[in-house]
Design a protein around this ligand. Structure first.
Ligand code: FAD
Length: 896
């Protein structure tokens, strides 16, 4: 629609009294448009207020040369209406800004949306009127608005960040911002141009500006990873998949991690050879697809620094190959963040542009900008005279546009700015406690910028509008999240932040690009599909975490936290639930062993370490197998005697191999895993006596095994934790061997089954109460159960080796583990405890599946090294940590 027409429709002639609507929407981009459509269909009176002169949002404002999407347009589209989906065909794999803007205009026309949009109208303040139960919005143009519900669809990347450089006002040439590019375009031909910034907008525009300008000087503070877009027609394979079954294609996107229909990778980097990894990388590089290269190389690329570093190095090679001048290539090469932790960019000829004679790169890390002068830019090293300065300095992302409406005053006169003083606090990224009937689309705490936003926006809008309908139908007038739900979400956000490497970079995801902004990872890193299922769970559990009120004192509040499990534990348990497995105890011992054997076969054994040696040792009553896991470093190393889990019935010396390997890497110590005998063939006290005998033998033969002579350490998980604990008591009582420390992970310590954790976690967390009953029955008759050799909590617990006891919140064995730790501590034993929140019994041993278990294993490794008298270096797997976590992470850290 021409600007003049839009202006005529703008609201300066609107009445001075407030415009009354059910729902006011701020913004008319992807989100605002779909909201209008859905709200109207749901029968709400509504208005959208938009600062711009027309629809489009991002695509209205960002008209700089080369502006395009970086998610393939086949995916970056509305999907709510199959007819709309077929009515529009994109011309390119990555459409240009004009084409996307035309598309959004086409959508606005198709659903006649403009008639409810007040353009050139900025919302400046919002106040919750408690008595009227309505929001009162102030605008800079025309009538204020009074609405029951206030929805901010103001965009994550819509508040450009002002330049932080002195002297801009003195500059006599032209200044442009990529995020506010003039609609009529800019002629840069023959001009000396400076571009400040090398984020996505800069990387898209620099090659085109260089083609026009007499000279282009790029001022770069932080280099970014960029990959060739390989633009052109949409790739054949995706088109074919899409055309063959559009509904399935869209559904797969909705359930995926990033909102683009790619499967989850399962192969980890170290399972592939160098050649295989290179082949995968080259394919991804050639594919020119951000989501592909971010998700499809290997499963650990986004979660593990080693898996990620391989990708980084391969990309660095590409940069060196593309840029002729080695110094420029070095300056363009990122070294300060994992690949993907900062949004990588898609480019067309970006790196090659630096080979042009009319392009200069200024590395601001070496020569910071001092000031902008009348004639150009002055750094510590030079004065660069220019005619034009282009600021490509990015956005005050995620919260900038929300906070720009100031104040937003909620219940009791609370201002959102104050509530968010230490970082954004939300429930689901959609709502805020104390701000009734207030919603944000793609707010902080939602997947937003870590996803294909078209998919996330549709999901948010559908969820919000469906809730508003349900609220109205049930006769309620207000909806607001509870404090507990919001705190729970913040903690879940913090847990999720440990899943990926995003926390290790200073980026606009963490607010680090804006001086003074509170640092913390703002987008939800748990994935689009899981997020969707959580939102649905909130609904199916009776609006969990929301307080609803209505006339006559009507109220409903189903308080609680929607996700208490660690995000990856939740995924594992959901997956197990879908498998519908029979209870293990129903399989019989042989069947259960076969099942566990099969299960373990499909699991990677773990990363490379030094030698792995099998042998047998003389047990209490005949030979016992063992497996030695040695570090790759020169020995001899301190020896840890390890006992596997499996309820005294299942498993063997190899069954916890991934855990042993991981701990060997982290501790630099040697693990000897013992194959003790199992029930029901060998009942109590066989496992205990085998464990003790094996420890004694290993201690006596440490040198032969390649370990360090002297005291050993013992460790064990579950029933293995039981054996480790019992071994320490027996060693104390039977005159050795000397044990320097014990690591007990979710140990069985007592035969009492009425502690709260047995009831709270009786079912649903894989290790069930009934499975524990079965293990106990097979191993130990009721008469023997109070013997300290199976219930060490019943024994003497003084004078034991130093201990580290790890327990998991969602584990029947939690309370007995805690009780044992407390009993030892009360008896004077130095004890450290890890009470792992959100974890289940298998969290620490499912090494490459439960990524959030890493932090716990790091603590365990640190403890073992302390017990062995070694200096505290352990391999964390996230050694680049710069200490930036989401605000809620502090809560999580405190909680554990
Ligand atoms: C250059 C660029 C490329 C991008 N490419 C992709 C991509 O490929 N894939 C992807 O998923 N995402 C991409 N994004 C992110 C993009 O912002 C979203 O995909 C999407 O367009 C957001 O839509 P929205 O409606 O939520 O917000 P926006 O499009 O940002 O719209 C918000 C609107 O709200 C208006 N507004 C804000 N505050 C007020 C106020 N107080 N009063 C009145 N109006 C207000 C703004 O003027 C704006 O028009 C890109 C972003 C940029 C900047």
């Amino acid at each position: 629609m021409p600007e003049a027409m839009v202006a005529a429709r703008a609201s300066d002639t609107a009445p001075k009294s407030a415009q009354q609507v059910d729902v006011a929407v701020v913004g008319a981009g992807f989100a605002g448009l779909y909201l209008l459509h859905r709200l109207r269909k749901a029968g709400f009176s509504t208005v959208a207020l938009e600062e711009a002169g027309d629809v489009g949002g991002t695509w209205y404002w960002n008209r700089y040369p080369g502006a395009r999407c970086d998610i393939q347009t086949i995916d970056y589209s509305y999907t709510f209406d199959p007819e709309l989906d077929t009515a529009w065909t994109w011309s390119e794999k990555y459409a240009t800004q004009p084409e996307i803007l035309r598309y959004l205009g086409f959508v606005a026309d198709r659903y006649d949306l403009r008639r409810d949009i007040r353009f050139k109208t900025k919302v400046t303040e919002a106040r919750w009127d408690e008595a009227a139960e309505r929001w009162q919005l102030t605008t800079d143009n025309g009538a204020p608005v009074s609405c029951r519900h206030y929805i901010m669809a103001t965009g994550c990347l819509s508040a450009p960040k002002p330049p932080e450089i002195d002297g801009v006002k003195d500059f006599k040439g032209k200044v442009y911002f990529t995020g506010r590019w003039p609609h009529e375009g800019v002629d840069l031909a023959g001009k000396r141009v400076a571009v400040i910034g090398t984020g996505s907008s800069a990387i898209q525009s620099i090659p085109l500006i260089a083609e026009q300008a007499a000279h282009l000087t790029v001022f770069q503070r932080t280099p970014n990873f960029a990959l060739p877009a390989g633009n052109g027609p949409a790739p054949e394979d995706r088109r074919t998949f899409f055309e063959s079954d559009r509904a399935a294609y869209r559904e797969q996107a909705r359930q995926s991690m990033a909102g683009v229909p790619y499967p989850q990778q399962t192969v980890v980097s170290w399972q592939l050879s160098d050649a295989e990894r290179r082949e995968r990388f080259e394919r991804a590089w050639a594919a020119g697809d951000l989501v592909h290269i971010l998700t499809q190389l290997w499963a650990d690329q986004a979660v593990d620094v080693d898996g990620n570093k391989i990708v980084q190095d391969l990309i660095r090679e590409k940069i060196r190959a593309a840029v002729r001048d080695p110094e420029t290539a070095a300056a363009l090469t990122p070294h300060d963040h994992p690949f993907g932790a900062k949004r990588p960019c898609l480019d067309t000829n970006y790196y090659a542009t630096y080979n042009r004679p009319n392009v200069t790169l200024v590395n601001l890390r070496q020569e910071p900008i001092k000031t902008i002068t009348a004639s150009g830019i002055s750094t510590n090293g030079r004065n660069v005279d220019v005619d034009v300065i282009v600021f490509a300095t990015g956005f005050d992302a995620m919260t900038g546009a929300i906070r720009a409406v100031h104040p937003i005053t909620g219940r009791g006169g609370k201002s959102l700015t104050d509530v968010w003083a230490h970082g954004p606090q939300t429930y689901l990224g959609l709502t805020v406690e104390g701000f009734p009937n207030f919603f944000m689309i793609t707010g902080p705490g939602s997947p937003s910028v870590l996803s294909n936003m078209a998919v996330s926006i549709e999901q948010h809008v559908d969820w919000v509008v469906d809730r508003l309908k349900a609220l109205r139908d049930a006769g309620f007038t207000t909806i607001e999240p509870t404090e507990m739900a919001q705190a729970g979400w913040n903690r879940h956000m913090a847990d999720c932040s440990m899943l990926t490497l995003h926390r290790l970079a200073n980026t606009w995801y963490t607010g680090a690009n804006v001086p003074g902004k509170v640092h913390g990872l703002m987008p939800y890193t748990g994935g689009v599909g899981p997020y969707r299922s959580i939102c649905d769970e909130v609904t199916s559990r009776g609006m969990l975490g929301f307080k609803l009120t209505g006339p006559g004192g009507a109220a409903q509040c189903n308080d609680g936290e929607v996700v208490r499990l660690q995000p990856d534990v939740r995924l594992v348990l959901n997956l197990l639930a879908t498998l519908n497995l029979p209870p293990i105890e129903s399989m019989g011992a042989a069947g259960a062993r076969a099942f566990v054997g099969e299960f373990n076969k499909g699991r990677p054994a773990g990363r490379l370490i030094g030698d792995i040696v099998d042998g047998t040792l003389p047990g209490a009553d005949g030979p016992l197998p063992y497996r030695v896991f040695k570090p790759a470093t020169p020995g001899p190393h301190p020896v840890v005697v390890y006992f596997h889990g499996g309820g005294w019935v299942l498993g063997d010396e190899q069954s916890d191999e991934p855990f042993c390997r991981d701990m060997v890497r982290r501790t630099g110590m040697m693990f000897v895993s013992v194959g003790y005998r199992h029930a029901p063939e060998h009942r109590f006290p066989t496992a205990a006596e085998d464990g003790y005998a094996a420890t004694r033998w290993i201690a006596e033969h440490a040198t032969e095994l390649g370990g360090k002579p002297g005291p050993v350490l013992v460790a064990g998980w579950s029933a293995g934790g039981n054996i480790a604990a019992v071994t320490c008591q027996l060693a104390r009582d039977r005159g050795g061997p000397e044990i320097a420390g014990q690591l007990l992970i979710c140990p069985v310590t007592d035969c009492t089954f009425d502690r709260p954790s047995y009831n709270d976690n009786a079912t649903g967390y894989f290790l069930t109460r009934s499975l524990m009953y079965w293990f106990w029955d097979l191993y130990c008759s009721p008469a023997d159960r109070t013997d300290p050799r199976v219930s060490p909590l019943r024994g003497k617990v003084d004078k034991l080796p130093r201990a580290f006891v790890a327990t998991c919140e969602f584990d029947p064995l939690r309370d007995e583990g805690v009780a044992y730790a407390e009993a030892m501590a009360a008896a004077g034993v130095p004890v450290e405890q890890l009470k792992a929140h959100g974890h289940f019994h298998s969290s620490f041993t499912m090494v490459d599946v439960v990524i959030t278990g890493v932090a716990g294993r790091v603590q365990m490794a640190e403890a073992l090294r302390r017990f062995a008298g070694l200096p505290p270096e352990v391999s964390r797997g996230d050694d680049h940590s710069q200490g930036h976590t989401s605000p809620g992470h502090k809560i999580a850290a405190a909680a554990s």
